[in-house]
Design a binder for this molecule. Sequence first.
Ligand code: FE2
Ligand code: FE2
Length: 375
Amino acid sequence: MNALAKHTADAVTVEENLAIQQENAKFDSQSATDLAMQNTLLVPRFYTTDFDEMDAIDVTPVRAEWDKLIGQMKADPNKGHFRKNADWDSVDWEGMDPALKAEFLDFLISSCTAEFSGCVLYKEMKRRGNNKDICELFALMSRDEARHAGFINDALREAGVAVNLGFLTREKKYTYFRPKFIYYATYLSEKIGYARYITIFRHLEAHPEHRFHPIFKWFKEWCNDEFSHGEAFALLMKTDPKLTQTWANKMWIRFFLTAVFSTMWVRDHARPEFHKALGVDIDWYDQEVFRKTSTIARQVFPVELDIDHPRWRPNLDRMNRAFLAMDRAKARGGVVGALGRVAAGANAVRAFVALYTIPVKANVVPEDVRLEPAY
Ligand SMILES: [Fe+2]
Ligand SMILES: [Fe+2]
């Protein structure tokens, strides 16, 4: 066995990376791990799937593009990047406004959980598979996600909290998704991750006075990793045209787009102080991320949501109000609380249906799928 790399940024395999994180776990805190353990809409989930079905994918139809992408990922341009260096300004956690601190910690914990959710799923695919192409891809992607999660945990540790990733792997509930749903959901979350990170990075490049924490300086290389992961899922979907072209699957793609976008809207609106500190208007930011993601997704999705439709924004707001009402009802408890939860749930469903039934824009998918980061 090779000697362990000292830092998660230098780890070349996911196993090596997780061994380092396990070593650090003795410092990890209960409250952060408890938050990451929750299974609510606002906390990222862990997924499992039919690994044998995924292992049977034949990438021959996209071989040329596949080999190029894998070559780029193997070259590992971001090895060593995800660690603190001289650019890491000291953070005044003590002096930070308490409301901002709470929201920012919540943001970091939820981001770390999301990164780690990808890591666990990809690592499991690599472990269970026999298909050389698939195992190679998933090894590379889990390597990246472990670094991302490890880096966020480094930032959290400075504030005296960190997520126990070993504990999460063992104890958090896993949601089963059949492979095609994994493709839609994961493709979207990788591309949305890219769009979110690059939009914040560009905004802070123009307004450095709002960069209240150094981690944002790392977002550019970070989002390029996510972009590559999204490319891989685009190629996987391209291997089988049925995945994106049948009527039923178009309806599923529409469903995932609506679910992922509206969830992001609700999550982001739960963090007003965080966005205020960044100098970002949440409505603007979310619409901007939807726009970038929609444009990128034309590479593989035959339908696109109409985010300028008159029903779009009002129903996102309605969805958000329903979730706030749900929280209030839960806090209240008792019969009134229970009735309040039913009413809020019904409102959320009505808002979702109103969003889901907005006519979509049809899109002719190009022959050549591959894109490079353009924002
Ligand atoms: Fe990531
Ligand atoms: Fe990723």
